[in-house]
Ligand binder design. Sequence first.
Ligand SMILES: [Zn+2]
Length: 253
Amino acid sequence: MKLKMPCIKCFDQDRIQEPVFSYLEISDSNIHEATCARGHTYLVALTQHKHEVLFEIGAMALADGYPREAIATIAAALERFYELCIHIICASRRIPEGQLDATWRLVDAASERQFGAFLFSMLLWSNECPEVIDNKKPTLPNIAKSNTRTWKEFRNAVIHKGLLPPEHVAIEYCELVYAHINQLTEKLTSEHKAEWLAQAQRQATEAQQKNSEKELIVYAVPTTLFLARGTNAAGSFREALKQLGDYREIYTR
Ligand SMILES: [Zn+2]
């Protein structure tokens, strides 16, 4: 996925009215050096959480007709979201970042350990046993739920055994994850909005400190999960997917 960004310098310096775009290749880093077709270079800092970017790529895979890739990528988005929840809860408890990083390294190589860390972080934060969507089951026509796999088994079969899922099952999985992430996001941000924003802008803040002489353009991509937090949020993943089809060309290639 490449992000399409209008060059600010074309507008600011040259007063060129026709938009000139730079294309940023999405990567692990949120910091990009962009060059427009007229040769302006500038530093761009995206303020998306990793899970939002992954979820967007998964949604686009589904829109483009690749349900298997959608499930694999949206499952990765969910794992990164759980990591973010741990970071926000730790930040809200004023846990020193170095201590959190050192502890995270102990669980970093195993997703089951990370998930366990998420469950107990949520328990300590909310005093409630967290909901586990992995234990739920897909709805398959003419098959009793007792004879179907859990979402966890289904997802693992897709990722590790090359199972090709039907589109309607992929949509059901995305719907489940979409609602789960949005619900937890609302819960966490209602108390820890500052920590949420600080995590989203962490890379931008670090880049600005390292390159204080350079102008940094901070850019929030209007991803599906970003829009889900707004006032005109889609009521379901299906609706969000339809909206994505309408606007994706504005900001991606
Ligand atoms: Zn330019």
